[in-house]
Write a protein of this length. Structure first.
Length: 357
């Protein structure tokens, strides 16, 4: 398909008090089968009417997304959840009380009302209620459930600003609601409730310890820590390389920050000697170790507080794109709390190219 560059409209709205006329216009686009990018508390999503098979297929076309990669359905109220999913698992009310609206996605049985493109051909549906005021206002104005993956080209770093959306999708979608930067910086946690025990398929804005406090025992899918990808993914972010910058990314993973830095310095020296322009994604605590050596160094949050790394992760990867480095060497963070989500995204972005140190 020939795309019409610069045909995507951009409407700026206040994050906390979005303009009613702009939101209603965006809702009408969704009802009419169009695509609207909008901010959530995690990243920007690319929305379509989840009940309209043709509209949902436009998401896959615009993003270049594999057809077996399921989408997340966004709702605005718990009552809407009960309408589409009668007979909810017993854990859902408590999870909703603690974490909704918010960055938790639940995988539930009962996807018969949604087109196969939404579910990836599965008998389950991933669903959440976002907390971002613009997202909630849009879903309400549309009057339909909204299917929305991240608003980027498939495989690229997820967008956390409207500018990121336009970098990837200008001319491919109808409208962008610009509500400023998103907050958390990484996607929602995906929790599968369709089996005998709750399983985290993708770590994100709600941590493992928070879910364990609500439910007791919670399992981690093997793919969370870099295990084998499933043939049939039950959630976004499980099967394919995601979040990847244009340059090859190598992640150095270890518990000793000094050792991680030393290994990166050695690898950077070898690459630079071979004529490569090296980018280093460093934590704030160690960034000064790379000063004055000719590398492109970007501070990416505090190792001691992985939530700060998550908040700037995708922007950092996109900055390396703009700086045209040849290879990116990234410091890993401890895979606990939000660090589990950060390391999951870095592993996916690196295509599994992770060096244990």
């Amino acid at each position: 398909m020939a795309w019409d560059r610069h045909s995507t409209r951009l409407l700026a709205v206040d994050r906390y008090h979005p303009d009613r006329a702009a939101v209603c216009e965006a809702g009408a686009v969704l009802r009419g089968g169009g695509l609207v990018a909008f901010p959530t508390e995690t990243v920007y999503g690319l929305g379509a009417n989840a009940l309209d098979a043709g509209a949902v297929e436009r998401i896959f076309e615009a993003k270049g997304r594999p057809a077996d990669n399921p989408l997340i359905v966004h709702l605005n109220t718990y009552e809407a959840l009960e309408r589409y999913f009668p007979g909810l698992p017993v854990a859902v009310p408590e999870l909703a009380r603690r974490f909704w609206p918010g960055p938790l996605t639940l995988v539930l049985e009962g996807g018969a009302r949604f087109p196969p493109a939404v579910t990836g051909g599965l008998a389950t549906v991933a669903v959440r209620i976002p907390s971002h005021p613009v997202a909630l206002a849009l879903i309400t104005a549309a009057g339909v459930p909204v299917a929305a993956p991240s608003a980027n080209l498939s495989g690229r770093p997820s967008p956390t600003t409207a500018a990121h959306v336009l970098d990837d999708l200008d001319g491919r979608i109808d409208l962008v609601l610009d509500g400023g930067p998103s907050g958390l910086g990484v996607e929602s946690t995906v929790l599968d409730l369709s089996g005998d025990r709750p399983v985290i398929l993708r770590p994100g804005g709600i941590t493992l310890s928070e879910l364990e406090a609500a439910l007791g025992s919670v399992q981690l899918d093997s793919g969370v820590d870099g295990g084998p990808c499933p043939e049939k993914p039950r959630s976004p972010g499980m099967k394919y390389t995601h979040y990847a910058p244009r340059a090859p990314l190598i992640v150095f993973d270890g518990s000793d920050a000094d050792r991680v830095s030393r290994c990166i310095l050695l690898e950077a020296e070898l690459l630079a000697a071979a004529g490569f322009q090296v980018g280093v994604m460093a934590c704030d605590e160690t960034a000064s170790l790379y000063d004055g050596l000719g590398y492109t160094v970007i501070k990416a949050g505090r190792r001691a507080d992985p939530a700060t790394v998550a908040a700037v992760l995708y922007e950092t990867l996109r900055r390396f794109d703009r700086l045209n480095v040849d290879t990116i060497l990234a410091e890993g963070v401890p895979a606990v709390g939000m660090g589990l989500a950060v390391m999951n995204r870095l592993r996916r972005a690196a295509g599994g190219n992770v060096v244990p140190v």
